[in-house]
Design a protein around this ligand. Structure first.
Ligand SMILES: Nc1ncnc2c1ncn2[C@@H]1O[C@H](COP(=O)(O)OP(=O)(O)OP(=O)(O)O)[C@@H](O)[C@H]1O
Length: 354
């Protein structure tokens, strides 16, 4: 296992006016044994970045290093994919249908090891690691659920002890209930083996819940890389805020540690002065159902999810505000409520300001 360092990597497809800069000057460090998710909308360059790391593509500029070894860029002849010791888990397991699970897992091992006692022990260890029973070894891929197939795909990628494991939207073909349990099993397996891993996804919940670090991409560029709570609570700009969750963005005026807006006075996470755009998460908006404390509004719509609910409120001055509250006791459309902001609020220079 080793760390992964991407420095100023750029990759374009095509030439002239039709050229697409799929990855644009991306710099990212994934420490040894840690898990990074790359989050971004469709077409932002996530898969291209993975393919550059795996060695299926060569960067136009910049370099890629595994530990102290440069595998592409810096005038070094690109190391071919098979010599990079990368494990790759695609969207759908891509298991060999004619091989049983044990043979699939053993596939990446040196041929001499595959049929040996050592090889069989490694397969058993990998099945255990991805939380599948040992007797699954004799099953064919089509005798497994989608989630089980993805666990086998991970086991196959981990068996040869790769330097880095790359996962390309590995849960996207699974239904919601299987996604959660498969993702948790994968995260546990990666942590247990202290594996350096990079997973690309366009699913915010997946990106935030699985990783040590979230790298947000937009239009080929890396716009923020930070621990999940920092990306969620202190996004680098309002677009990142709206991409990694719901956000209420309101104009305000800041004076150092505080700002005022239609929801009253709020406390800022970082001091600012003058006109600002304030980013408030819906769960920071406290909905008071009984007291007239806060800013008055009328509930327009309630979306009930069981564990919590989203409450769309229109303030008396006409401003729409989304609040999220526990589902135990909630208002109904037409109720008059009072809103207050809790916790720290992130302020941005408003769009168009210098
Ligand atoms: N081989 C190629 N030739 C030309 N353009 C390409 C090629 N591969 C990718 N692109 C373009 O590069 C951009 C980034 O594509 P990429 O597949 O990396 O995005 P993505 O974020 O992985 O998207 P998705 O989530 O939809 O898979 C897109 O505009 C895409 O059309």
């Amino acid at each position: 296992m080793s760390s992964l360092t991407i420095t100023g990597v750029t990759k374009s497809f095509g030439t002239g006016p039709a050229a697409t800069r799929a990855v644009d000057d991306v710099t990212l460090h994934v420490p040894h044994g840690s898990f990074t998710t790359v989050l971004g909308p469709s077409g932002c360059g996530k898969t291209t970045l993975l393919r550059l790391i795996a060695g299926f593509l060569v960067p136009d500029a910049g370099s890629i290093g595994f530990g102290d070894t440069t595998v592409a860029g810096d005038g070094v002849r690109p190391v071919p994919p098979q010599a990079r010791h990368v494990g790759y888990v695609p969207q759908e397991g891509a298991l060999f249908p004619h091989l049983d699970v044990a043979a699939n897992i053993a596939f990446g091992l040196p041929s001499a090891a595959r049929a040996s006692r050592q090889g069989r022990d490694r397969v058993a260890e990998m099945l255990d690691l991805v939380e599948l029973p040992a007797h699954f070894g004799v099953r064919r891929p089509d005798e497994l659920s989608g989630g089980q197939q993805q666990r086998v795909a991970l086991a196959r990628s981990l068996a040869p002890q790769p330097a880095v494991v790359l996962l390309d939207e590995p849960f996207s073909s699974l239904d919601a209930s299987l996604r959660g349990s498969t993702a948790t099993a994968v995260r546990r397996a990666l942590a247990a083996t202290n594996t350096t891993a990079l997973l690309v996804t366009h699913d915010q919940n997946e990106a935030l819940s699985l990783a040590d670090q979230v790298a947000v991409m937009r239009g080929g560029r890396l716009v923020q890389s930070a621990p999940p709570s920092q990306v969620y609570l202190s996004p680098s700009d309002p677009q990142v805020a709206e991409f990694v969750g719901r956000a209420v963005v309101l104009p305000g005026v800041a004076t150092e540690a505080r700002a005022t807006c239609v929801l009253g006075e709020v406390v800022l996470s970082e001091a600012a002065t003058g006109p600002v755009a304030l980013m408030i998460r819906p769960e920071q908006v406290y909905v008071d159902l009984t007291h007239a404390e806060g800013v008055r509004g009328t509930v327009e719509e309630v979306s009930y999810y069981g564990h919590d609910c989203a409450v769309q409120v229109r303030l008396d001055d006409g401003t729409p505000v989304l609040a999220r509250m526990a589902g135990v006791r909630h208002p109904a459309a037409g109720d008059v409520v009072h809103l207050r902001v809790t916790g720290l609020v992130r302020a941005y220079r408003p769009a168009g300001a210098l």
